[in-house]
Ligand binder design. Structure first.
Ligand SMILES: [Zn+2]
Length: 586
């Protein structure tokens, strides 16, 4: 597209002059300061993680297989004081095409003690990060089978996010805590599985820990059993399909407390179940109270909480951030135990992942923004409704360049599968901006309808960016390829240089405001010859009498001039006053 000058005449009826955000009270700076401090604390702790660099494979080493896992039964013994772990994983699966090899992800720290195929001992090859099984006879398609793998090993952490089976003492009473962080690729450091986020399955987690410990895990606790060797086994069952990186065990001398959420039907009650270090009980009881409020905010916006028949829970663990393990979020001890951080932002973020991440999971790790951008924008939606903050003001003040996520210079699609989290500015904050911009382009009704539709279509499964685009296009009524290409696959953002002139007098006796917008950025946008962003931009004319009027213009070339006729004297023109576009403006 060549540079050209376009002139538009847009007549502003003065009746358009309505305040931009009538429903949002102006907030003093303390709210933004609080949000900033909470972000900073999480970020600082993340950077402080001491990571023993176990190099786990960049992504599922097993690659695509013609196997559909139906159910995992994970029987695991946690030995926090050694520390060590041991267990048996039984994988119930079905072939989707004729198959003569099965590959299981299991990192080198796991020693495989036995392997049985349909109850019969089976030979296997131990590779660096996996187990290869060659079957004597190929299995026809749609054959059910069960693999039981006995193993033991030492806990290790990986070089991505410091994940793995974490072992630490909590400072106040010296008791050991053992809890996992598997995202993205660390599940096979503590249990053998087919570590493919698109192959979800139901799961039983039977975890044994020293007597006096409690084990928090996914789904529903069916029962506990005291064993003769002074251990207790916790029988957990996740009845909804779950991705392997969301399976979790967390064990220590937890204090457990409960709250309850009443569903939107006004009748159904769901337990909120919390496990915290004894020394943090009082703090946690204060902080976690907001969870119910967050559920009451997200359920009407996104549809009812997806795991209503099970629970929502949080379990404290020895890591700087938090992780949305399905129905049992792990919450960093530094957040739970902080005297200054009330944890609202993190609580809202992890809860929101239960729609965006757990219920609808990204199809590949390139699309991790579908988890993180959504959860980050959910922070904004939460504060918008909880504290009545204007979402644009919050986006521009707390989620732009130079804030705790760093610069938003990269592409929203992950740049490297070796570490999909290597550019948090783009994946978290710019991803949140993508949703914020779509919200303005579609309007609130169509935006939230799109999210509910996206949820419906991909519930308990996986979605790609392309899937999301198609849902938004169905509600928008035409292609949004122009939007997705420039915002997901291009680096950076548009740089608008704006000049305005409000002094022109219309020959007919009225007034004219003139706005010229030049685009100065130079990054490549896929499919475009020139670096030109196509965006609807709000132009707000302020008048001498204190009123204002806002008109949306379509900005789609290097240099464009817009003229606005008015019947009273304009004094100022502002581009994107509501902060609906990620941009640089001069
Ligand atoms: Zn997240």
């Amino acid at each position: 597209m060549k540079s050209r000058q376009t002139t538009c005449f847009l007549l502003l009826a003065l009746s358009l002059a309505v305040p931009l955000f009538p429903s949002h009270a102006s907030k003093d700076d303390s709210v933004f300061e609080r949000i900033k401090r909470e972000h900073e604390l999480v970020e600082k702790e993340l950077h402080q993680e001491k990571v023993k660099a176990l190099s786990v494979r960049a992504m599922s080493s097993t690659g695509p297989q013609s196997i559909d896992v139906k159910h995992y039964r994970l029987q695991i013994q946690l030995l926090p004081n050694v520390p060590a772990l041991a267990g048996t994983v039984t994988i119930s699966a079905e072939t989707t095409a004729p198959t003569d090899t099965i590959r299981i992800d299991a990192e080198a720290n796991l020693i495989i003690d036995s392997l049985r195929f349909d109850g019969v001992q089976q030979d296997f090859k131990r590779k660096k990060s996996r187990i290869d099984i060659s079957l004597a006879q190929p299995l026809p398609a749609q054959t059910s089978f069960a693999l039981a793998i006995g193993y033991h090993g030492s806990p290790v952490t990986s070089n991505i996010l410091g994940g793995g089976m974490l072992v630490a003492r909590h400072p106040a009473d010296g008791e050991t805590v053992m809890a996992n962080l598997s995202e993205p690729y660390a599940a096979p450091t503590w249990w053998p599985c087919i570590d493919d986020p698109t192959d979800k399955a139901t799961a039983e987690i039977e975890a044994t820990a020293p007597r006096g410990y409690q084990v928090a895990s996914n789904g529903v606790l069916d029962r506990t059993q005291d064993n003769a060797d002074h251990t207790t086994t916790f029988f957990w069952r996740e009845g909804f399909p779950i991705a392997t990186y969301l399976i979790s065990v967390a064990a220590t001398n937890y204090e457990r407390f409960e709250d309850s959420y009443t569903a939107m039907d006004g009748v159904t009650k769901m337990p909120l179940v919390y496990y915290v270090y004894p020394e943090h009980l009082a703090l946690a009881q204060q902080k976690f109270a907001v969870t119910r409020r967050a559920l009451e905010i997200f359920a009407p916006a996104y549809g009812e909480y997806p795991f209503l028949s099970e629970k929502y829970g949080m379990a404290e663990f020895p890591w700087g951030g938090a992780m949305e393990h399905q129905t049992i979020t792990s919450m960093g001890a530094s957040i739970v135990g902080s005297a200054t951080n009330n944890g609202e932002l993190v609580i809202a973020h992890e809860l929101a992942h239960h729609w965006w991440g757990d219920l609808v999971t990204m199809k590949t790790w390139d699309d991790i923004w579908l988890n993180e951008g959504f959860a980050t924008y959910s922070e904004v939606l939460f504060f918008e409704r909880y504290l009545n903050i204007d979402p644009g003001e919050l986006m521009s003040r707390s989620y732009d360049d130079g804030k705790v996520f760093g610069n938003l210079g990269g592409t929203v699609t992950a740049e490297s599968l070796d570490n999909p989290f290597n550019d948090r500015g783009a994946i978290y904050a710019k991803g949140a901006w993508v949703l914020h911009m779509l919200r303005h382009i579609l309007g609130d009704q169509a935006f939230f309808d799109s999210l509910k539709d996206y949820r419906e279509r991909f519930a308990f499964g996986n979605a790609s960016t392309r899937d999301l685009q198609q849902v938004f296009e169905a509600h928008y009524g035409s292609s949004l390829d122009w939007f997705f290409q420039q915002w997901i696959y291009a680096t950076g953002r548009p740089f608008y240089k704006v000049s305005t002139d409000v002094s022109t007098l219309d020959p007919s006796g009225g007034y004219v405001a003139r706005v010229t917008i030049k685009q100065k950025q130079s990054q490549q946008i896929p499919g475009r010859v020139e670096s030109v962003y196509i965006m609807p931009l709000d132009v707000t004319i302020h008048f001498e009498d204190g009123s204002s009027a806002t008109q949306s213009v379509r900005n789609d070339s290097r240099k464009q001039t817009f003229l606005f006729a008015a019947s009273k004297p304009p004094v100022d023109v502002v581009i994107d006053e509501g902060h609906w576009v990620l941009k640089k403006l001069k």
